[in-house]
Ligand binder design. Structure first.
Ligand code: HEC
Ligand code: HEC
Ligand code: HEC
Ligand code: HEC
Ligand code: HEC
Ligand code: HEC
Ligand code: HEC
Ligand code: HEC
Ligand code: HEC
Ligand code: HEC
Length: 338
């Protein structure tokens, strides 16, 4: 499509030159009426934003992009209901001396020309733009490269060429990605498996709009694994499950180390977001041999050869007795029983 747009004028110019050539070869032919158009071959149309900012700011743009327009997306009025249009904020594009629309869309002189190819002369911030993702994001980062985004270039979204505007809607009174109830749907557009995970029986209440992905992740990138919001996985969990942090008299080593040794954060078909059910969960680390809870034959019953273990058989799962999986503060809680 772009190639044809660019080639169009060039081909026309060539055809005109050809016509001129024949006219010149025939003495006495009428002078070519189209001479001015053919005086120089038109250069192919080079996509690019302009070089000069409008002196009228948004007024220039609103001459065409006004409320009267029926075309979808053409009217841009909703931006005036957002923080970006807050004139009293000295850092906003619409503050005194600000570049207004052009602070995000680039210098508009070329685009504002009626004869310009509208889509090839402005930073549309949209996925079908002629500009690369870093070029599209650049104006945003000039204002927003702050503490929350200082890992942007290390994060997997930037590395995978995700643009700010792939998540953000700026010409809308409310930006769906910033609201708890609507955020996940924005993420699911690209993260389909996570949608399925959050439908499982045991899960964090994301699908009810009570929690959002950004409670655990920094979508702008972070120094942590999986762009977690906190420096470690456990610290991320502690922001809400503070009681699991301790301090505890009797810690359970894997809990202090990494919650994900037993839990999967998004969703599980087992209770309590577990990766496996006990006893298998526990037996990944604790040898089944030696602990009587695995004895499932008559010898373990009261009066049997191994009678002392009877109680363990009756209560099949480890957590029926070791209730304090996450550690204990009871003076006699060393075995996580109380
Ligand atoms: C002379 C009329 C006119 C003026 C003035 C004008 N535009 Fe446009 N603009 C258009 C047209 C026409 C389109 C193309 C709409 C389409 O094809 O969907 C467009 C499209 C756009 C797009 C979307 C491009 C895309 O790829 O989808 C942006 C962004 C834009 N204009 C921003 C601006 C800004 C910022 C200004 C002020 C500096 C401005 N416009 C001034 C006529 C104008
Ligand atoms: C803070 C940055 C920012 C400012 C300021 C801004 N825009 Fe945009 N604009 C965007 C982004 C990002 C998009 C991509 C779509 C979206 O976010 O809704 C966009 C999209 C557009 C589109 C294309 C809409 C479509 O759906 O095809 C037009 C036209 C446009 N802007 C015009 C303007 C005009 C006119 C102004 C000034 C009144 C303006 N913009 C101010 C960021 C901005
Ligand atoms: C000229 C500076 C400037 C530019 C350019 C700019 N912003 Fe902003 N942006 C601001 C200011 C100021 C605020 C208001 C909040 C604040 O003071 O930090 C804001 C707020 C926001 C918010 C929060 C809005 C809300 O509803 O709470 C988002 C999201 C955002 N900007 C994204 C972007 C994106 C994406 C771009 C590029 C398309 C962009 N900004 C370009 C200055 C800018
Ligand atoms: C993968 C989706 C995604 C991308 C890409 C993204 N954001 Fe955001 N952004 C969010 C979410 C989610 C929030 C709200 C939660 C939060 O504050 O972290 C947000 C909030 C914001 C805010 C308002 C609160 C704050 O952090 O100051 C600004 C400003 C912002 N983003 C700017 C940007 C800029 C600039 C870019 C591009 C460099 C960008 N975002 C790219 C998802 C995204
Ligand atoms: C436009 C597509 C797109 C959108 C929208 C999007 N992502 Fe991503 N995300 C990606 C790509 C591409 C990757 C890198 C490949 C991968 O790991 O799947 C990624 C990776 C991630 C990762 C893994 C990070 C890592 O370092 O391993 C997390 C976490 C993530 N995204 C969270 C989110 C959240 C939260 C949202 C919504 C606020 C979101 N994404 C929206 C495309 C997207
Ligand atoms: C309760 C916290 C929490 C919530 C809420 C959450 N995540 Fe995660 N997410 C994690 C953790 C922790 C990991 C890393 C898992 C690991 O390394 O074992 C992760 C990993 C990821 C990854 C990397 C691939 C993978 O599955 O391991 C993506 C992508 C992702 N999350 C997307 C999302 C999206 C999208 C949402 C919202 C719909 C979301 N997350 C909500 C905690 C959370
Ligand atoms: C933003 C707060 C928040 C963060 C961060 C958070 N959780 Fe939760 N968690 C909750 C809430 C709220 C519930 C209760 C859900 C319910 O009752 O439906 C919950 C429930 C749970 C449950 C029990 C689920 C069930 O089905 O009984 C487990 C296990 C859990 N979280 C583990 C984690 C882990 C591991 C992390 C870190 C990766 C984490 N949480 C991070 C808020 C959070
Ligand atoms: C050794 C495995 C294991 C590790 C590691 C672990 N948990 Fe659990 N967790 C469990 C089991 C098993 C349950 C099921 C309930 C029970 O029987 O105690 C559970 C239940 C939960 C619950 C829901 C019930 C409750 O006690 O509130 C939350 C919340 C929870 N875990 C959070 C965490 C957090 C946060 C971490 C990391 C600091 C963590 N877990 C580490 C095994 C583990
Ligand atoms: C990821 C490995 C791992 C998993 C899974 C695990 N544990 Fe542990 N557990 C340990 C380690 C390591 C210790 C500390 C051993 C030591 O100090 O000698 C420990 C200690 C214990 C102790 C105290 C032992 C003592 O001698 O004081 C009990 C009881 C225990 N775990 C029960 C469980 C139960 C019940 C489960 C399943 C819900 C479980 N563990 C899952 C690694 C694990
Ligand atoms: C019927 C209750 C019961 C069940 C079920 C049970 N345990 Fe125990 N467990 C105990 C008691 C009581 C002790 C303490 C024995 C002592 O102090 O000498 C103990 C001790 C332990 C110890 C410490 C090492 C030791 O032998 O003293 C570990 C590790 C342990 N159990 C793991 C498990 C695992 C893993 C499971 C599930 C496969 C499990 N337990 C099931 C009651 C139970």
């Amino acid at each position: 499509m772009k190639i044809w747009n660019a080639m169009g004028p060039a081909l026309l110019a060539l055809a005109a030159l050809g016509a001129l050539g024949t006219a010149a070869a025939q003495p006495g032919a009428a002078p070519a009426a189209s001479a001015p158009a053919a005086s120089a071959p038109a250069a192919p149309y080079v996509p690019g934003t302009g070089t000069k900012y409008s002196t009228q700011g948004a007024d220039t743009c609103l001459e065409c992009h006004d409320d009267e327009s029926d075309a979808p997306g053409f009217s841009t009025a909703a931006i005036f209901k957002t923080p970006h249009a807050e004139r009293s904020n000295p850092r906003s594009p619409f503050a005194k001396g600000g570049l207004q629309c052009e602070s995000c869309h680039g210098p508009g002189d070329r685009h504002s020309d009626k004869n310009a190819k509208a889509k090839l002369t402005t930073n549309s911030q949209k996925a079908d733009s002629f500009l690369s993702v870093p070029q599209r994001n650049e104006p945003c980062l000039t204002c927003h490269q702050d503490a929350k985004r200082n890992a942007w270039h290390a994060g997997s979204h930037d590395r995978n060429r995700v643009a700010c505007a792939d998540c953000h809607r700026l010409h809308a009174e409310r930006d769906p990605v910033q609201a708890k109830a609507t955020q996940a749907d924005v993420c699911y557009r690209c993260h389909a498996p996570q949608r399925a995970e959050f439908q499982k029986a045991s899960t964090h209440p994301v699908r009810f709009g009570l929690m959002s992905c950004s409670d655990c992740h920094n979508a702008h990138g972070s120094g942590s694994t999986a762009s977690l919001a906190r420096p470690t996985l456990n610290q991320t969990c502690f922001t809400c499950h503070a009681e699991k942090r301790g301090p505890l008299l009797w810690e359970h080593a894997p809990v202090a180390e990494d919650c994900a040794l037993c839990h999967t954060p998004h969703g599980s078909v087992r209770q309590a977001l577990l990766t496996k059910n006990p006893p298998l969960l526990c037996q990944q680390c604790h040898s089944p041999a030696g602990h009587p809870s695995v004895a499932r034959n008559g010898t373990a019953l009261p009066g049997g050869a191994n009678g002392g273990a009877a109680a363990f058989v009756v209560a099949g799962s480890c957590t029926n007795c070791h209730t304090q999986t996450h550690g204990s503060n009871h003076p006699a809680g060393a075995k996580l029983l109380r």
